[in-house]
Design a protein around this ligand. Sequence first.
Ligand code: KIV
Ligand code: NA
Length: 278
Amino acid sequence: RKPITTAKLRKMKQEKTPISVITAYDYPSAMLADQAGVDVILVGDSLGNVVLGYESTVPVTLDDMIYHTKAVTRAVQSSFVVTDMPFMTYHGSMDQTLRNAARIMQEGLAKAVKVEGGAEIAPVVKALVQAGIPVMAHVGLTPQSIHQIGGYKVQGKTSEQAQKLLEDARALEEAGAFSIVLELVTDQLAEQLTERLTIPTIGIGAGASCDGQVLVFHDVLGYGADVQPKRFVKAYANVGETIRGALQQYVHEVKARQFPAEGHSFRMTEEEASHLYG
Ligand code: KIV
Ligand code: NA
């Protein structure tokens, strides 16, 4: 498979070839996603919830993102790797924002970064793009602002709010974003955004008309600690059940002295062993 580029993603939109995106946070998950033919791997700050056990993405640090990005990029051959800039790492001075993004690229070896927000962060997008860093935008439900939004709910349901989101998206496209995530927006708004923008829209809980879809790795596999199922998720496996069953069997066999069996261990010669006894 040829490595995916931002140019290829734009071409996929033009040719109406859907773009597949999934999150990954470590070496084996990224290797499996790459081998499965995923176009874009997102090292999402959802890793805060999914693999670090936080209640939101707010506690996730730049060092956390770089640590996980390093593991992911070691595994990936063809997928395009995008890493989230975490909470408050792109809201200080432009100089500090650029340094933070540079670390994600130079230490993590990501190919692009993602930032949450509307027209207000267009200047940040522009500065990053001018520095040679591809930027994926993210509008609608933006989890880093969860305490301000006040809950994980569908965004842009009134025509006024929808109009604001259209203007935000336009500003982000004009600032040079190569793609935009639409999270938890209505089907109708996602359709309008997809039609009006020249950059690919990547939906999550945003319906079928987006240029691509993104889901969280653990949600796709039924491998989450997340107990309440989300309406916009489809689980393609029940890996959590499989893992729990296998671990129960392991515990049982250790307790029953069924594991290890003969073939699982090593013997010295009887002659050498004879010196051990007595
Ligand atoms: O962090 C994440 O996983 C994301 C996607 C859900 C878009 O931002
Ligand atoms: Na994210």
